[in-house]
Design a protein around this ligand. Structure first.
Ligand SMILES: NC(=O)c1ccc[n+]([C@@H]2O[C@H](COP(=O)([O-])OP(=O)(O)OC[C@H]3O[C@@H](n4cnc5c(N)ncnc54)[C@H](OP(=O)(O)O)[C@@H]3O)[C@@H](O)[C@H]2O)c1
Length: 403
């Protein structure tokens, strides 16, 4: 959801107001609070989590998003020292896969991650993203032209204090630059050793296929969670077919699926919480109330497995496909520990069926993002539409209109 911060919004966010987010649980669901009881409790740097493969890249079976350390997404960010502590604590829990992007902060999240990971850089996989014209003080929009990617990689390497980026995603499909050209630019960076793997974010099937023909795509990072099912239309199938990994962003439904985050837009920080700034449709009072049965369903199934609703939402993703690796984001060590412990939650086939049939029956009220933000998503990742039938052509705006 982060791509939408316009230059004006970014500037607005530079005056960060302190704000508190009211938290309320779901009545009658005892396992909603606390750190979760499905974990190992281990906390040292030798902890390891089961591994998963994203294409040819091995990562811990659950990762961590570092976007949340900075202001502008879920309220005020956290101090540098706390961000570093949080990331190192995640490493202690066995997390070996960290996600960031040039645009988070902008720049600040990469900077925090670079410092935090410096003592164990070669023991972790770091993913970051390009695709905005931000370097050199030029706060332009979506831009995947060759010179912008090259400027971006050099600056990201410096901030991340590393000589290589393990996984370099295009953050948003650029309708002005053919994806083949983008794949070719990243391929050059791979040949130079600056980048190890290529990824795409918020891309649909046609784009994925075209990119993969030029340069093997290692992972797709699209929004996917128990209440946002778009990748089930076509993207998961194409990942499976082509041997590409899938990294769901906002795997906790932007916090809603934890059952601890039921504050509507009016109660969120109006200056630093994007759900309020951009008026996310699922964060109106009506949608918050209407969607509660989804969390109650997660709680019911999770209770049987000793898991919180958030852990159940993450375990559901992990059980969906062996090539899925969620990257929940948080500013709090206790929440991070709860999230990481989701890897140990075992859901049975009948749990999965109950979750699926319950979801179908209940449905979801509200789109996952406001229209202006959805505009920047590639056509194939829209629910109720598809890049199928475009014969592999680029899902450019004119094709969108024709559908
Ligand atoms: N590629 C893209 O376009 C894109 C877009 C968005 C995000 N991302 C990536 O995906 C990562 C995760 O996505 P996300 O942060 O948007 O959504 P998310 O992980 O679904 O949810 C984050 C929200 O959940 C809350 N939360 C997390 N763990 C919790 C817990 N155990 N109990 C209660 N609340 C909890 C967080 O608040 P607290 O801080 O209070 O815990 C925050 O408000 C990001 O960090 C970023 O790296 C990528």
């Amino acid at each position: 959801m982060e791509q939408i911060l316009s230059r004006r919004e970014m500037l607005k966010l530079s005056t960060v107001a302190a704000g508190t987010v009211a938290i309320s649980g779901v009545a009658g669901c005892a396992s909603f609070t606390g750190g979760g009881n499905a974990g190992t409790g281990a906390s040292n740097s030798t902890s390891t989590l089961p591994k998963r493969k994203l294409g040819a890249l091995e990562v811990s079976g659950i990762g961590m998003g570092a976007m949340n350390t900075v202001a502008g997404y879920y309220g005020p960010g956290i101090e540098r020292a706390d961000a570093i502590k949080l990331i190192r604590a995640a490493y202690d829990q066995g997390v070996r896969f960290f996600d960031t992007a040039q645009v988070y902060g902008p720049f600040l999240s990469e900077d925090y991650l670079g410092e935090a990971a410096s003592p164990f850089r070669n023991d972790v996989v770091i993913s970051t993203k390009f695709g905005f014209n931000l370097e050199g003080g030029d706060r332009g929009g979506i831009d995947s032209s060759r010179q912008v990617i090259i400027r971006s990689v050099e600056a990201s390497l410096k901030r991340l204090r590393t000589d290589h980026i393990d996984l370099f995603y295009q953050h948003r499909v650029d309708p002005k630059v053919p994806i083949e050209e983008v794949a070719d630019t990243v391929q050059d960076l791979i040949k130079q050793g600056k980048v190890k793997h290529f990824g795409l974010s918020q891309a649909g099937e046609a784009t994925i296929r075209r990119a993969h023909k030029v340069q093997a795509v290692t992972a797709i990072q699209n929004e996917y969670s128990f209440w946002t099912r778009d990748p089930e239309i076509e993207v998961l199938a194409v990942c499976e077919e082509l041997g590409i990994g899938f990294v769901p962003w906002s795997p906790l439904g932007m916090g809603y699926l934890t059952g601890k985050s039921f504050s509507p837009i009016e109660q969120l920080d109006q200056k630093t919480d994007l759900r309020a700034i951009a008026k996310f449709p699922r964060w109106t009072k009506e949608a918050i109330e209407a969607n509660r049965p989804l969390v109650e369903l997660l709680a019911r199934v999770g209770d049987r497995r000793g898991a919180t609703p958030g852990q159940t939402a993450l375990a559901w993703l992990i059980h969906k496909r062996p090539f899925i690796v969620p990257i929940p984001g948080t500013r709090k060590i206790a929440h991070m520990k709860e999230n990481v412990a989701a890897i140990n939650v075992k859901l049975t086939d009948s749990d999965m069926q109950e979750l699926e049939s319950g979801f179908k029956k209940i449905g979801v009220v509200g789109k996952n993002a406001p229209p202006a933000l959805l505009e920047a998503h590639d056509i194939g990742s829209f629910l109720e539409s598809s890049s199928k039938g475009t014969y592999g052509l680029s899902p450019l705006p004119k094709i969108r209109k024709a559908i």
